[in-house]
Design a protein around this ligand. Sequence first.
Ligand code: 5GP
Ligand code: ZN
Length: 114
Amino acid sequence: MDNCLFCKIAAGEIPADKVYENDAVVAFRDLNPQAPTHVLVIPKKHIATLNELQSGDEAVVGRMYGAARDIAASEGFADPGYRTVMNCNEAGGQTVFHIHLHLLAGRMMHWPPG
Ligand code: 5GP
Ligand code: ZN
């Protein structure tokens, strides 16, 4: 999609510190990390919010979680634990309208989240 920051990162048009890529997803480090490790996993397909997820898109969301699992394992967080979050729209705290799974690790997470 034109003028989408994360589509441009997925296409390599805007630089990012990529940590993982396969045919379906790309993952890169968040510019403003909220934990010692903060990675964003995005689909290569443009999907604006979770609300726009189509019935054929479930597999890509599964691929996002599979990537998060693999990154957590390769960075040593599988056993200590980590958090995955997807924000939706304004009240959910979404600021970039191309779905992304936050992978946060390296510190104790709080509950309930703010
Ligand atoms: P949201 O608030 O939509 O759930 O998360 C958007 C995330 O994207 C934020 O954590 C923000 O720091 C991150 N972000 C925004 N712009 C950029 C960018 O240009 N590069 C990277 N790597 N992260 C970004
Ligand atoms: Zn996009």
